[in-house]
Design a protein around this ligand. Structure first.
Ligand SMILES: [Mg+2]
Length: 233
């Protein structure tokens, strides 16, 4: 019987990408808008792909309406180019991820999903390259809301549509590598597991008070035990 919903971030948590993601976004924005703004230096971590496009272009003076007019074209151009150019060698799985996903997906009491700022099409491609996409029957993506904090409720609703179960509070576990993952767990009173495999150290993440904090997710038994535990302390 399903008891818990486990939602994973992608970048910095499950895997890390080469510079291909940034270079494709830069090229796509140049093609569509004539400029990539600050995309070559912007901090993408924990942010929604949609918001990143607005931020990098607004920072060089493009106005919101101008960005919005060509947004769908820019999004599709980026996705098409990413699918064409990103190869398996551009992806590195974080330590222990394949073992952890194997273990979690074999547990009948757990449902796995994604909660990510990626657009769905490019995010799914990132998971297909190292062959871990099949672990995630559903997810909440940048396409599903205007801010990351809207995504947990989207994920819970999608899980309900698939299972008939309304997951609440600490039966929802959100695993991610940035303060934004911790913050969006708080929105639903979900349990947050922060992991320092992205751009943020354990010291930096600790300041945002996740329920649990790991250097990495390589200790499968420890992470599994934490996910299955009913209390948060
Ligand atoms: Mg991340």
């Amino acid at each position: 019987m399903l008891k818990k919903l486990v939602l994973f971030d992608i970048d910095g948590t499950l895997l890390t990408m080469s510079t291909i993601n940034r270079s494709v976004l830069v090229d796509a924005l140049k093609m569509v808008y004539g400029t990539a703004g600050t995309a070559d230096t912007h901090n993408f971590a924990g942010k929604m792909d949609s918001n990143i496009i607005y931020e990098v272009l607004q920072s060089v003076g493009l106005d919101e309406n101008c960005i919005a007019d060509k947004f769908e074209k820019a999004k599709q151009t980026y996705i098409d180019m990413f699918r064409t150019h990103a190869k398996p060698s551009d992806v590195s799985l974080m330590a222990g991820i394949r073992e952890l996903l194997d273990e979690l997906s074999g547990r009948s009491e757990l449902m796995l999903g994604l909660l990510t700022g990626n657009f769905e099409a490019s995010g799914r491609h990132k998971l297909l390259l190292p062959e871990i996409n099949h672990y995630f029957p559903f997810g909440a993506f940048a396409d599903d809301g205007l801010s990351r904090n809207e995504l947990p409720a989207v994920a819970v609703e999608k899980a309900y549509q698939l299972t008939g179960i309304k997951f609440i509070n600490h039966d929802i576990i959100i695993i991610g590598d940035t303060e934004h993952d911790i913050a969006c767990a708080r929105v639903l009173n979900a349990k947050s597991i922060a992991v320092a495999t992205g751009n943020y150290s354990t010291e930096e993440l600790m300041q945002h008070n996740p329920h649990v904090l790991y250097e990495n997710l390589s200790r499968t038994d420890v992470v599994l035990g934490e996910i299955l535990r009913s209390s948060i302390n």
